[in-house]
Design a protein around this ligand. Sequence first.
Ligand code: SF4
Length: 689
Amino acid sequence: MKKITSVCPYCGAGCKLKLVVENNKIIRAEAAEGVTNQNQLCLKGYYGWDFLNDTRLLTPRLTRPMIRYQKGGKFTPVSWDEAIRYTARRLLEIRDSEGPRAIMTTGSSRGTGNETNYVMQKFARAVLNTNNVDCCARVCHGPSVAGLQETLGNGAMSNSISDIENSKCLLIFGYNCADSHPIVARRVINARQNGAKIIVCDPRRIETARIADQHLQLNNGCNMALVNAFGYVLVEEQLYDKEYVHKHTQGLDAYWQTVKDYSPEAVEHLTGVPASQVRQAMRTFAAAPSATVMWGMGVTQFGQAVDVVRGLSSLALLTGNLGRPHVGVGPVRGQNNVQGACDMGVLPNLFPGYQDVTDAAVREKFASAWGIDASRMDDKVGTRITEVPHLALEGKIKAYYIMGEDPLQTEADLGLVRDGFAALDFVVVQDIFMTKTAEMADVILPATSWGEHGGVFTCADRGFQRFEKAIEPTGDVKRDWEIISLLASEMGYPMHYENNQQIWDEMRELCPLFYGVTYEKMGDMGHVQWPCPDLDHPGTPYLYENSRFDTKDGKGKLFAAPWRAPAEVPDEVYPLVLCTVREVGHYSCRSMTGNCAALQALADEPGYVQISLQDAQKAGIRHRDLVWVSSRRGKVISRADVSERINHGAVYMTYQWWIGACNELTQDNLDPISKTPETKYCAVKVEKI
Ligand code: SF4
């Protein structure tokens, strides 16, 4: 028996654990003393390893390469030589006939690790010569990255997960941490026990609301109006930190010109939050000696998400809650390595280390290191994954190489996504399970899983952590970066790596932000937060020391925008708002957790719709009735979960299930800046079957 140090492959909390291995099988997971989890795990950490034992509860593991030689035909198992030769030939044909931008690629935000993501974006840029590389950050915290980069200079949590409990006030906006990051929820409870005031802004009575001092139960789709009302109170009641704002920020006059129309009284009818509660919340927030603003997808999955992120960051700036311990802004990233995928440049606008693809000097640096002529580097921002269906239907994207993502389950408006996929000439899926997307592929490249390889993840607070290989893989599978390297070499760009560390060190040399994060420094249990610019640097627990921001002038930008209504509002035919939410027992497309016996037993109801007592009664629906949920885009069967915790006028569904897949109903109104879809708001009706 042996114990291997790893990092949980699910959420961005980055919990360290020990995998206990016997006869090449995982037999249990134990909590380890990681910086973010300190000997605690949630149920996914304790029971989320079972899929490695190929339980076949949901789908069997992919164990050999397969090709579908003809559209509509069957998969043929093939050798790796044939799979690589065929894929390389098809990609080269499309690149050379249609141009590099006709090929889209993705990195993966989960078990593959940072090294693989680095290699994937290098493949896109150096071999395919396109910036068409993206990841699931696009559909979750893309707006946080875009908004915070503009207002503060870095698109990441400014503070540390472990420091949340030291803050004296937590403003938690659109973030149900109890379901999405249970160990972060633990920190919130600790903060409460340490005397912090908790203010929760959420339409549902979520778990955290139970321990909150104030729960502001705003109407769905009104985030910007409420955030502006918060700003109004801070300025109008002179609660803001004048000295700090004068010294460290810019834009107060323009900010006031917008928020002056959003007094809590003026927008009470819109937000649904009594003005007195809004005023009280900001008095508490401004009076706290330290305050932290946290948010989740209840902020980012809207068509006006970037504006709201900028507005939330302005609340921290107005009150001087940045640049010191126990304060900050915390967009807590969803999947375990979505921060890492962004760090490694799996983004269409940035090289690894947040270096701009439109900057000629940066392109020259990467081209020189990668041994190609800089003129071959794409100098324009590439395609986002949410744009692919539209561009495929227009004939502009012809091929899609997808690693560790399942867009046919997780993206908005699945009918549109399926139509887009049907229009593609060539789809390659590199994964560990036969996902919904893999079922439509032309080539399947089976990869090793978390547990079967090692590497580095970045958790939500910018902390790099190493994870180790625990067991030998079964089947004819290869490590992700090995597959990509074979393809690159077959396409005429020799790419040879011997191990993860070699890739990591190549990346470090090119990224000043990460240069000091060596394998040795991370060690077994280490957690090194970027920026870490040199070998002696210990890492950075909080950003913007002394409130020197990473913007051009070093000042934080105050920002407000007028509220915009969501794209599709309820009407007589579709009278309810549908909002997609998380499920504590499962993760993302459920391909991993659905294959874990204990998790499946704990949460095995395929598709349920949370509905208020009032709306259920109106429609003659009782708890656990089977119902149809329909929107203008589709209709799915579900089971009613009638609950007093749900607000009138809205229903909530998780997106993990194949039956009752709520993304059949959602719509892809994209935020104009981040291109993140508005999966938190569309109009539906619910009918008893
Ligand atoms: Fe920790 Fe998140 Fe894994 Fe739970 S799912 S153990 S909170 S990393």
